[in-house]
Design a binder for this molecule. Structure first.
Ligand code: PLP
Length: 360
């Protein structure tokens, strides 16, 4: 298999793919594929509930948090968060840290009043806010929305604020389960599955029910978090197969040693590539400010556009695929999610050194 540096979807552990393959036609000796089995059956129920329990275990979730499975990608959460949390008379507070935060803000503006309490736009989104930059207004703010990892820009929040009296909500689509963190700081976290959790098709929302404000108007059922809580995410047919794949990935994380081990591995992997950048004497330049560098998406450039194209093309012939930067930023991006093995990063770092020797 080539080494997969794509930003998604989805980077999956080899063991998980093999297990899914072995169960594809005949799940649990039923003679049927899981895709053909009723989502109301005890067989599916066991997967659904076990997946929630695995999240609870890996994130050490207190009882008041619900693990919900939603359709619509993280992009639907950009609308559902304000629809459910932005009550009349209040204002939604957003941290504009990059392209994904910008999209979340665009959607929130369609629902109600929004203000941006920090913007990294003037710095081309190369820097995440410091903890001092993250401010709330207790009486006014409906919630504070942050993006823990900006997939396109290659920046990551390395510390989360402690906020009193205002619900803290985070888009963790591209770094969920890559490191341990204290969930009790958050009212809601959400993530499309297709980076660290499984294939596209299911979005995980972890939510503290008491943080939900009372609605004055009723929301469509599928846009109301209460529907998912009340029906344990089985109001309609859930994305059964993606949830099953997430289940396998969570077991893989658990058996690998949990989130502390994921974090350690991710630090070691990212270090190989950041070292190759920093020790290149300026041949490669990181796009993110060093203090904001992401352990998941490593963005960098080469001083010459033609060389950059050649780098990406030659890398792909050496089985290092998916290194193109996002279309809005260009340059080079190596996405190094949980499931990408250490030896993939070793191979990329070696390739970077060898490429530099040939072209400098
Ligand atoms: N938020 C972040 C941080 C992302 O990286 C992405 C997709 O890459 C999204 C949101 C949008 O996710 P989806 O495609 O699941 O709507």
């Amino acid at each position: 298999r080539p080494y997969n540096f794509y930003a998604g979807p989805a980077v999956l552990p080899q063991e998980v793919l093999e297990q899914a393959q072995s169960e594809m036609n005949n799940y649990g000796a039923t003679g049927l594929s899981l895709m053909e089995i009723s989502h109301r059956s005890p067989i599916y129920d066991a997967i659904h509930n076990e997946t929630q329990l695995l999240f609870k275990e890996l994130l050490q979730l207190p009882d008041e948090y619900h693990v919900l499975f939603l359709p619509g990608g993280a992009s639907l959460q950009f609308s559902m968060i304000p629809m459910n949390f932005l009550t009349p008379g209040k204002v939604a507070n957003y941290i504009l840290s990059g392209l994904w935060a910008e999209k979340a803000i665009e959607e929130a503006c369609k629902v109600g009043d929004v203000y941006v309490s920090f913007s990294g736009k003037a710095n081309n989104f190369t820097k995440m806010p410091s903890l001092q930059d993250i401010q709330v207004h207790t009486q006014m703010d409906a919630y504070l929305h942050i993006t823990s990892n900006e997939t396109v820009n290659g920046t990551q929040l390395h510390h989360f604020p402690v906020i009193q009296d205002v619900p803290l909500i985070a888009d963790m689509s591209s770094d969920i389960l890559s490191r341990p963190f204290d969930i009790s700081k958050f009212a809601v976290i959400y993530a499309g599955a297709q980076k660290n959790l499984g294939p596209a098709g299911v979005t995980i929302v972890i939510l503290r029910e008491e943080a939900l404000p009372q609605h004055t108007t009723s929301l469509p059922a599928m846009l109301d978090y209460r529907t998912y809580i009340k029906h344990n995410s089985l109001y309609n047919t859930p994305p059964v197969y993606p949830i099953y794949m997430v289940n396998l990935v969570l077991k893989w994380i658990k058996h690998s040693g949990g989130l502390n081990i994921m974090e350690k591995r991710n630090e070691e992997k990212a270090r190989l590539i950041y070292d190759a950048i920093d020790q290149s004497g300026g041949f490669y330049k990181g796009l993110a400010h060093p203090a904001s560098r992401s352990l998941m998406n490593i963005t960098f450039k080469i001083w010459n556009d033609e060389l950059e194209k050649r780098f990406i093309q030659e890398a792909s012939t050496q089985q290092l695929v998916g290194l193109e930067g996002h279309r809005s930023v260009g340059h080079i991006r190596a996405s190094v999610y949980n499931a990408l093995p250490y030896k993939a990063c070793q191979a990329l770092a070696e390739f970077m050194k060898e490429f530099q020797k040939r072209y400098s």
